[in-house]
Design a protein around this ligand. Sequence first.
Ligand code: GLN
Length: 491
Amino acid sequence: MSDLTKMSAAQLAKAIADKQTSAVEVATAHLDRIDAVDDRVHAFLHVDREGALAAAARVDAGEVTGPLAGVPVAVKDVIATKGVPTTAASKILEGWRPPYDATLVERLRAAGTVMLGKTNMDEFAMGSSTEYSAYGPTNNPWDLGRIPGGSGGGSAAALAAYEAPLAIGTDTGGSIRQPGAVTGTVGAKPTYGGTSRYGLIAFSSSLDTPGPCARNVEDAALLHSVIAGHDPRDSTSIPQPVPDVVGAARLGATGDLSGVKLGVVKEFAGDGSEPGVVSAFHESLEALVKLGAEIVEVSCPHFQYALPAYYLIAPSEASSNLARFDGVRYGLRTGDDGSRSLEEVMSLTRDAGFGPEVKRRIILGTYALSSGYYDAYYGQAQKVRTLITRDFEAAWQSVDVLVSPTTPFVAFPFGSRTSDPYQMYLADLFTIPTNLYGGPAISVPCGLSEGLPVGFQIMAPTMADDRMYRVAAALESTVGTLTPPTLEATA
Ligand code: GLN
């Protein structure tokens, strides 16, 4: 058997089903890899060795079958896992063990996947670099001195470091796609409501979307098909069949895109993107044209307002969602020595438990929602959101998908964007419009700039997730997947 940690999820599932290897062997290989490299990568906040080996043993005993039976998966720490620590990378939830599984975790278990542990992230999924984790950053396997993206940097780094073949992320403004882009992996944000939010620790409820992360497009599609689908426990879950994303990825892999129209967003051109990112993007467009695709320039005039609208809507919803962390119901409680009022204990707990970025968002959101300012800020941002949705709907009259770089810059060095929050927010310039609209989008590696990965983003209409997988797989068929330098060599 070749190195099990280098195999794709599809190959692992087949090898286990064909009894060429066992689920326990596969889990052990990945747990050993985590032991060997995670002190340098820090992709994981918690490794569930016992739970993983027990789940793998159930697969080997034939108790669980399914398309991904025995394949390891890493889960972002913002997702509730029964009995397994879940902190959202915040001190305020340190030590919390949820009494239930998120719907998507139930589905992962039912499909026979083996959960290795919980991955690092920016606190409460707020950030683009994982530097806002209360437990220290994750290091990008391509260059350990650089960020792995965020908020789901742990999930993406676990893939790039061969610690897991599959991972789960959540995307509120880009937190699956941007980490995918800067680690040379694939990250897909499904249609909002296409994957259940039940059991996600809420950041911005009208935007939060869990989705798959993998090292190639077919694996992402396989994971997508396992976690997606209607869930009556989530009121915004869409009661429609899941698009055939696996079929679409396999079709795309044949390398034929004849008749497919790709829209290049005019307003994104020259928007502060690094030259290496722009040239990798244009080379990819040329490669897609060779496969038969047609390129059409599309104007989306309101996309330029997406970032400011997002930074009113997301913090507003966060300020409300994070009110539940009050020192009474979950996790941390500070100053409860009998001498203080309830309000004082809540205030001390929140002061000690939340990091600076989370506090910044709560203050911003509370302000934007307060009477007197609501119409000027939150109300206005909601109107902009409608205009952005109309830009997408107008685009679908002339093209099948929209394309752009995933993020304007490659992985940046630690500390280079933390002093100015706006510099950090710019990482999501190209990903946020999709979240405000609610459609699906995927980031797929498209080359290197100065030795670091560049991501290509494909955005599709709501519930047409299959379309983006087809184009992504076609691009992958010509540019190939990226192989990060071995950590052994960069150590
Ligand atoms: N980077 C964005 C933010 O900080 C997006 C985060 C996310 O998608 N969870 O809000």
